[in-house]
Design a protein around this ligand. Structure first.
Ligand code: HEC
Ligand code: HEC
Ligand code: HEC
Ligand code: HEC
Length: 183
């Protein structure tokens, strides 16, 4: 009996542990990040991203150039093809259930493509604390993150120089001015 209890305890732990990990964070879309990441003080991540090539990555799939690339590969509409969307939008390979209705294809490669799905870390109380945010799914991107898309599978691949490319998308939070002392 004891053995059965122990086994079922392990079983339940496994199931619930698994479910907990499975109740994974959802992609909520860039507009959900915008509210807090607009100001100069916050590093202007949103306006910087909005002007970047990443924000246009879905629109790019409707250009003449994209249509020509598609044609050669037997793809009629790149905006509808898995073969293109996988790198030109956010969270493409994630389960449908993990995409909130607020995430749109039109936003292209947005915050969560690099920082991970945000439903569980976007609350102020969690965001303020890096350790908590990371535990809730926030990713601090590295070169590896970029290489999931910037690789030879891209039909227009250009060798990826991380340091150079990272400068082009940089959105650092300005260091706080030193606190004036009266001494
Ligand atoms: C309710 C406001 C709020 C929302 C919504 C929000 N953030 Fe934040 N975020 C913050 C605050 C506050 C910080 C801490 C800033 C600081 O350290 O000066 C932060 C920090 C960050 C950091 C830096 C973490 C670190 O420690 O390096 C990243 C990355 C980030 N947010 C991404 C996002 C993304 C992506 C979204 C949307 C899914 C989002 N945030 C939504 C308020 C918010
Ligand atoms: C989800 C896929 C994806 C990820 C992850 C990604 N990128 Fe991109 N990146 C793209 C796509 C697609 C484009 C082309 C967008 C367009 O022109 O429409 C692009 C374009 C760029 C450009 C503009 C290049 C140019 O010649 O105009 C820079 C710079 C860039 N990425 C840097 C980075 C860096 C740095 C990282 C990692 C921190 C990164 N990217 C992560 C998909 C991605
Ligand atoms: C493995 C990821 C990946 C896939 C798959 C992908 N792209 Fe891209 N795409 C990128 C990246 C990254 C860029 C930025 C330039 C570069 O380094 O390739 C880009 C840029 C582009 C550009 C802008 C041209 C340029 O030189 O910047 C077009 C057009 C384009 N892709 C069309 C397509 C089409 C059409 C498909 C599907 C047939 C597709 N892409 C599939 C990653 C990808
Ligand atoms: C193409 C990938 C990419 C996209 C898209 C992206 N970021 Fe980042 N983000 C990075 C990288 C790389 C860093 C630097 C990480 C580090 O600290 O080494 C960063 C850092 C940050 C930081 C911390 C800056 C600091 O100085 O600590 C914040 C805040 C942030 N991102 C918010 C956002 C928000 C909000 C969006 C969408 C509007 C966004 N990011 C879109 C790659 C990206």
């Amino acid at each position: 009996m004891k053995k059965i209890l122990a086994i079922s305890a392990i079983f339940f732990m496994a199931v619930f542990g698994f479910n907990y990990a499975n109740a994974a964070a959802k992609y909520v879309g860039a507009t959900k990040c915008k509210v807090c990441h607009m100001s100069e003080k916050s590093g202007k991540a949103y306006p910087i991203w909005e002007k970047s090539a990443h924000a246009k990555a879905y629109a790019t799939l409707a250009t003449q150039e994209a249509l020509e690339i598609g044609k050669k590969m037997g793809i009629e509409n790149p905006q509808k093809s898995d073969k293109c969307l996988v790198c030109h939008v956010t969270g493409f390979t994630a389960d449908k259930a993990l995409k909130d209705t607020t995430l749109s294809l039109a936003e292209g490669v947005s915050c969560e493509a690099c920082h991970g799905p945000g439903s569980d870390y976007k609350a102020m109380s969690i965001m303020k604390d890096r350790a908590k945010a990371v535990a809730a799914g926030l990713l601090i991107p590295t070169e590896k993150t970029c290489l999931t898309c910037h690789n030879e599978k891209s039909p227009t691949y250009k060798p990826f120089k991380f340091a150079e490319m990272n400068k082009l998308i940089a959105h650092p939070i300005p260091k706080a001015a030193p606190v004036p002392t009266t001494k």
